[in-house]
Design a protein around this ligand. Structure first.
Ligand code: SAM
Ligand code: 2KA
Ligand code: SF4
Ligand code: MG
Length: 209
């Protein structure tokens, strides 16, 4: 990245966009709703099971004008999901203020490993041991979505749940390749701890993006 691009990124005027698409939210509290997804490149959290590793290197994704991407998204629908990669690596101020001006509700999918920026209406926090959330985001999260890859992840889920607000919804989602092994365990866990709910990556069953 050259100096000029670096400045535009810091100001949030340009963002590395890996892909943007209109689909149905597959996970969490808003499952089943039409939403426009904007997937930003760049992540250094390093989950070995990440289902979008192609997003990690931000230099592989074209820089797009933040206001233009907002306009494109808002033409399709009014629920916009910012994801990645790790969307909070970037300054989201310009993108989100344009989306707000266009009447959108803005959701974010984040590990919380970087400081919050922009105007966000719904925060889905999915903490990772390899890059723990910044302390400030716990109180602001609307849903906590813990990925269960192995048995130790139930303990990590409980520890993270102790840090969010009382109103925050709590979800357990199996890591996709472990779903046959982990959903029976998630079921038992939820029956014993009914404050938790199950989240399934429904878009993968529907064969949609
Ligand atoms: C690809 S991440 C991008 C947003 C952000 N970096 C994060 O991790 O929250 C979007 C969501 O997918 C989840 N996820 C990623 N890979 C997964 C997998 N193999 N199985 C289940 N969920 C996965 C993440 O935990 C996160 O909730
Ligand atoms: N349909 C659909 N729903 C999703 N919810 C969170 C996703 C993500 O990758 O952040 C995602 C995704 O990639 N597709
Ligand atoms: S934090 Fe999100 S994008 Fe980054 S590696 Fe983990 S799941 Fe993938
Ligand atoms: Mg996904």
């Amino acid at each position: 990245m050259n100096k000029e691009e670096d400045i535009l990124l810091k100001e949030g005027k340009m963002l590395p966009v890996m892909e943007h698409f209109y689909t149905i939210q597959g996970e969490g509290a808003h499952t089943g709703k039409a939403a426009y997804f904007i997937r930003l490149g760049g992540c250094d959290v390093g989950c070995h099971w990440c289902d979008v590793k192609e997003s990690w290197d931000p230099t592989l994704h074209p820089l797009m004008n933040a206001e233009e991407i907002a306009e494109t998204a808002a033409k399709h629908c009014k629920i916009i999901v910012l994801t990645g990669g790790e969307p909070l690596m970037w300054n989201l101020d310009i993108l989100t203020s344009k989306l707000k001006e266009l009447g959108c509700t803005i959701h974010i999918e984040t590990s919380g490993a970087y400081p919050l920026s922009g105007q966000i209406d719904w925060i889905t926090l999915s903490p990772k041991k390899t890059g723990l959330p910044k302390e400030e985001i716990y109180a602001k999260a609307h849903e906590l979505k813990m990925i269960i890859f192995n048995n130790n992840d139930f303990k990590f889920a409980d520890e993270q749940a102790a840090k969010v607000s009382e109103n925050c919804r709590l979800y357990l989602q199996s890591e996709w390749s472990k779903r046959d092994e982990m959903y029976p365990k998630i079921t038992d866990f939820i029956l014993a701890h009914p404050e938790w709910q199950a989240s399934v990556q429904t878009h993968k069953y529907l064969n949609i993006p």
